[in-house]
Design a protein around this ligand. Structure first.
Ligand code: PSU
Ligand code: MN
Length: 307
């Protein structure tokens, strides 16, 4: 996937040319994953977290049909506040480009575009995965199959417990996507520190993650992604009882209202934010800022090794 037509923000173009560390950021989180009006403020804070750790942020999205790597503040504001910003996975990119749409890129689309742009590290909140009723609905995020063929390191807090966490890990194994816990051998469950499953591998420093990225290239692992699973400290997680209640309500509403397809994930995220009166938002923001910081430190370590 190297043939997207891309428009680079000036700072990102400059950083890539001079091999300075760059971190890709997604825009679906901004347009569809976080409630307004907080989403724009948080989008800016994520970029600042990357800068504070010594890397250049490249938020990726589509503006009037153009794929932009490194949205400027006007473009970021547009994707955060305009009506009709479409959620774009990989298969949607060409259609949206042809009709000159505004669009927010998911983990799948952001990974594909970042890789085409020559960016090797990406920070997000949570990954898409296998939905709980997937045995009937076949609802599995395109994030998984895209990461199977896209060589990028994605720092995330695992997957939300709105998904079938065990099935998601099984699919990642089948698809050959690496999963490494950051200072943990347990796969995180986004709002909750422990998603309930063991991991084979853990890394304990940004330098070690950079070593893993380098070793993959040296050993011919050029296709699949690497998930760096960064859990929230236990004392910062969402209250597990509140979490379980909110999840049960959300899943019941989903079934009752017959919500399907790409509307499922944004619906559940919005449900958490309204049903917990802001508690899940605060946790969500902490997660993303921590992931942005770690991704930047990994990008800095990787740039040091190759530079
Ligand atoms: N999970 C989260 N927050 C998010 C998303 C997932 O905790 O904002 C977004 C990401 O952009 C992810 C997308 O790539 O939802 C997955 O959507 P779907 O399940 O429709 O593939
Ligand atoms: Mn889906």
């Amino acid at each position: 996937m190297t043939d997207f037509q891309l428009r680079f923000g000036a700072e990102v173009a400059d950083a890539l040319r001079s091999r300075r560390p760059v971190v890709a950021l997604e825009s679906t989180i901004v347009s569809h994953g976080l409630p307004r009006p907080d989403n724009l403020r948080v989008a800016r804070e994520i970029e600042q977290a990357v800068r504070d750790a010594g890397a250049v942020p490249a938020t990726i999205g589509m503006v009037a049909g153009e794929l932009v790597v490194g949205l400027d503040d006007t473009q970021l504001t547009r994707l955060a506040t305009a009506d009709g910003v479409t959620k774009l996975s990989v298969r949607d990119l060409a259609v949206a480009a042809a009709i000159r749409a505004d669009g927010a890129t998911t983990v799948a689309a952001t990974s594909a575009v970042a890789t085409a742009a020559g960016i090797g590290v990406f920070a997000t909140g949570g990954l898409g995965g296998v939905h709980r009723d997937a045995a009937q609905t076949f609802d599995e995020s395109a994030d998984l199959v895209t990461l199977a063929r896209t060589p990028i390191a994605v720092v995330c807090a695992g997957v939300k417990s709105i998904l079938d966490v065990g099935a998601t890990l099984e699919r990642l194994e089948t698809l050959g996507v690496g999963v490494v816990g950051y200072r943990t051998h347990r796969f995180p469950g986004f709002f909750v520190t422990d998603g309930g499953f063991d991991l084979d591998w853990a890394a304990d420093s940004p330098e070690q993650v950079a070593d893993i990225i380098a070793a993959r290239a040296e050993h011919g692992v050029h296709h699949g992604g690497l998930i760096v699973a960064n859990p929230l400290p236990a004392d910062e997680q969402l209250d597990p009882a509140l979490h379980d209640r909110t999840l049960a309500d959300g899943l019941a509403t989903l079934a009752r209202d017959g919500i399907t397809g790409k509307a499922v994930t944004p619906f559940l995220l919005a449900h958490f934010h309204s049903a917990t009166a802001g508690a899940s938002l605060a946790v969500n923001v902490r997660i993303i800022l921590r992931n942005a910081d770690l991704a930047a430190r990994i990008a800095v370590a990787a740039a040091r090794q190759t530079g």
